[in-house]
Ligand binder design. Structure first.
Ligand SMILES: [Zn+2]
Length: 254
């Protein structure tokens, strides 16, 4: 088998392999993207939970303050009735007034913090619903990936072995060139030559449609062991058997 024939064989297996692998990769990417989004949501939920804990701590501290404020008020009221002189009386009244103002301030603050807590808790619920939905998408993506692995896994391994076999007889330099071209063309390393007009000797690369000089076509008919790449798209060119036989130069036909 000539080098070009070997490459065409490799190309057929390689493009099947890449197409199947592409299906698996697509499923993997979907899952990764869903998992990434879920992780973002979880991180946000954690942050909200920690804000929630802080708010509860603040509210608790404020409640403790109100309670001790109230206890002090009770005590002062008792002392008020028993106050010995006017100076003591006035001083208690002053402190009571101060405590009352403080209670109002703390009550307002508590109310504000409780509103914040309530809003935050609504957002947490919202967030949990979003995370649950995202988790469902994740599960679906996981199932799809597993199904796809089952579908194509065995065939993919067969093709991998077949590809290695097809590649084994090709010299390293040419194989590397093939691989690099396949990588850069999404698995379309090779392109057949299209005949546009035999009379006008017009031929083109079937992948990118650029016209190619007739001399290049002739070279392909006579030399089956050298790689010729399309000067526009870089794909490795080959002639389908029927076309090659029909345009082969006269001496080859004898
Ligand atoms: Zn081309």
């Amino acid at each position: 088998m000539s080098l070009i024939q070997q490459l065409v064989t490799l190309h057929r297996v390689d493009s099947q392999f890449r197409a199947l692998e592409g299906r698996l990769d697509a499923a993997r990417e979907t899952l990764t993207s869903q998992e990434r989004q879920l992780a973002v949501l979880s991180k946000q939920t954690d942050d909200m939970r920690s804000q929630e804990r802080q708010l509860k701590t603040t509210i608790h501290a404020l409640e403790v303050e109100v309670a001790s404020n109230g206890a002090r008020v009770e005590k002062l009221r008792g002392e008020l009735n028993a106050s010995a002189n006017e100076k003591a009386y006035k001083s208690i009244i002053l402190e009571l007034k101060h405590l009352e103002e403080n209670k109002k301030k703390v009550d307002d603050q508590t109310l504000g913090e409780m509103q914040r807590l309530e809003e935050l808790q609504k957002r947490v619920l919202d967030q949990l619903a979003k995370a649950a939905e995202r988790q469902r998408f994740c599960d679906i993506a996981k199932t799809e990936l597993e199904e796809r692995k089952q579908e194509v896994g065995a065939r993919l391994e067969e093709l991998r072995a077949e590809r290695a076999r097809a590649a084994s007889s090709i010299p390293e330099r040419e194989r590397k060139l093939f691989d690099a071209t396949a990588d850069s063309t999404d698995g379309e390393a090779m392109a057949a030559v299209s005949e546009i007009s035999r009379r006008h000797r017009e031929y083109s690369c079937s992948a990118c449609n650029i016209e190619m000089p007739f001399e290049a076509v002739l070279r392909l008919t006579s030399d089956q062991n050298t790689i010729f790449q399309c000067r526009a798209c870089g794909r490795i060119l080959f002639l389908e058997d029927a076309l090659r036989d029909s345009i082969a130069p006269a001496p080859a036909k004898k």
